[in-house]
Design a protein around this ligand. Sequence first.
Ligand SMILES: [Zn+2]
Length: 108
Amino acid sequence: MRVCPVCHRGDRTTRLGAHWRTLSPQARAEAPHLAPPALEDERWAAPLGLLTLGCALVVSDAWLGFVGLAGGGFWLVSLRDKVAQAASRRADWHRKRLCRRCHHAFLP
Ligand SMILES: [Zn+2]
C-alpha cells in the first residue's frame, strides 16, 4: 500500500490516471493540476526542411548552406530534447498516485 506523504495514510490512495478518467469534464476543469501533461507538439517537418535546404546549398557551394545545416541540426536536437522531457513528464504522471483523503498527488 502506498502511503501519502502529506497525511501519512495509505488506505485511500489510488492511481492518478484511473482517478482522472472517472472525473466529469467540470471536475477536470476544476482540477487542472491533476491533468496529464500535454503532448509536445512534434513538428519535425520545418527543421528537417531547413536541414535539407542546408545540404542542397552546401552541395551547390553556397556558404549559406552551413548556416542552414547548423540551424536545422540545432533545431532538431532541441526538439528531440523537448519531446524526451514531455515523455518523461507523462511517464511520471502515469506512475503518480492520488490520496483521496487530502487530494495530494505524489510519486510512490
Ligand atoms: Zn493524503
